[in-house]
Write a protein that binds this ligand. Structure first.
Ligand code: PGA
Ligand code: ZN
Length: 430
């Protein structure tokens, strides 16, 4: 009775008002569950294909009716009767059915929608929460969140080139206490910006997006906010960066087109990071320090800084086990960003996380800049127990939904709940 009986897809909207898919899976016993697919803006070139209609008459070509058609047609026909509890088998079937290396035929949005909706239905069928069924031995570790309180780059209409400035509440006994401190700091940052006459409107991930004097000023402002909120930077709250430089890497140079129009070589970028780390020891994690096409830059960055801080690969690894495994061999990064829709199935996502664990890499479970109220990543983060999640700032409903889900899970786990806290930070900083 746990066989897949029906798949339905709906063209819904993401947090930027762009179409995306909601997929509902119904099992033969009547159990039904829905998953909603996110969408990135600063995407890696080698991400699995997000299928868009290209019909300019609808949503500027961004409609997903073709993907909806595949879910309800070809995919449904192929998986009807399949055991919902065999996630691996289902995901393999979906990949085989697509038949391309990058899910370019049916679309990673169609495939992930099905994969994730069935994962939810299987959990419901067992009467368990998703975090308890995603992996064989689920952890009970609440992740340390990275809250992206200042947005730049492609996520904001400002003059800051760097995309993400995150705060991570490491020095607290529980997830809820850590979240509270981070949220209070977010509110204090608003006051700090306001007093300086800066705009407090927000970007795609809910962080403030003011016009600033430099790419460095956000760090200064955040440090001020942490202190004014009554916390100690570097001890209670640390800073994570994601410059997302694939977006400003041009002809072998990093071009700060939004701020001072300067140009930097890979070596100069590394020197810049080194100078920041010296000045701001509160920075402990750097995601995408180098552009995805700057392989040599990545190797050099890892050699220079890999023993001092967490170096997270996002655009370069694209949650793809094959690409990630090559990166590990090449000595690139020491952690990976995990985004379900970069690869398109639950199983391949879990494979990537396992690969990280096996090779001593960290893994940060992540939202996309285009999100919905889907909270699967909160459950995923707890289940795999890698201790980290980034899912935006302390405003915008689609970000808050994930934090609220983590609060629920914390309550559900009760005294069994553990908080990753400083354990993630200590790994690099002793
Ligand atoms: P994206 O950004 O979802 O727009 O790709 C998130 C990130 O770069 O981490
Ligand atoms: Zn990133």
């Amino acid at each position: 009775m746990s066989e897949i009986a029906k798949l339905q897809a709906l063209e819904i909207l993401d947090s930027r008002g762009n179409p995306t898919l909601a997929v509902t899976a119904t099992l033969a016993n009547g159990v039904t569950a829905t998953a909603k697919v996110p969408s990135g803006a600063s995407t890696g070139k080698r991400e699995a294909v997000e299928l868009r209609d290209g019909d300019k008459a609808r949503y500027g070509g961004k409609g997903v009716l073709k993907a909806k058609g595949y879910v309800e047609g070809e995919i449904q026909n192929a998986v009807r009767g399949f055991n919902a509890h065999d996630q691996k088998g289902l995901d393999k079937k979906l990949c085989d059915l697509d038949g391309t290396p990058n899910k370019g035929r049916l679309g990673a949005n169609a495939i992930l929608g099905v994969s994730l909706a069935v994962a939810h239905a299987a959990a419901k069928d067992k009467g368990l929460p998703l975090y308890a069924t995603l992996v064989d031995k689920p952890a009970n570790l609440l992740p340390t969140p990275g809250l992206n309180v200042l947005n730049g780059g492609k996520h904001a209409d400002s003059n800051v080139d760097f995309q993400e400035f995150m705060i991570s509440p490491v020095g607290f006994p529980s997830f809820s206490e850590g979240l509270r401190a981070a949220v209070e700091t977010f509110h204090t940052l608003k006051e700090v910006l306001h007093k300086k006459g800066y705009s407090t409107s927000v970007g795609d991930e809910g962080g403030f997006a003011p016009q600033l004097k430099s790419n460095e000023e956000p760090v200064e402002l955040i440090l001020e906010a942490i202190q004014k909120a009554g916390y100690k930077a570097g001890k209670d709250i640390v800073i994570m960066l994601d410059p997302a430089p694939s977006e400003f890497f041009e002809n072998g140079n990093y071009v700060f087109a939004k701020s001072d129009k300067s140009k930097k070589t890979s070596a100069e970028m590394i020197a810049l990071y080194k100078s920041w780390l010296k000045k701001y020891p509160e920075i402990w994690s750097l995601e995408d320090g180098m552009a995805e096409d700057d392989h040599d830059g990545w190797v050099a960055l890892t050699k220079e800084l890999g023993s001092q801080i967490q170096l997270v690969g996002d655009d370069n690894f694209v949650t793809n086990p094959e690409i990630f495994s090559k990166g590990i061999k090449d000595g690139i990064a020491n952690a990976i960003l995990i985004k379900l829709n970069q690869i398109g199935t639950v199983t391949e996502t879990l494979d990537c996380i396992q690969m990280a664990r096996d090779h001593g890499y960290g893994a940060v479970i992540s939202h996309r800049s285009g999100e919905t109220d889907d909270t699967s990543i909160a459950d995923l983060a707890v289940a795999v127990g890698m201790g980290q999640i980034k899912t935006g700032s302390a405003c915008r409903g689609e970000r808050i939904a994930k934090y609220n889900r983590l609060l629920e899970i914390e309550r559900e786990l009760g005294s069994a709940a553990k908080y990753a806290g400083a354990s993630i930070y200590k790994r690099w900083r002793g």
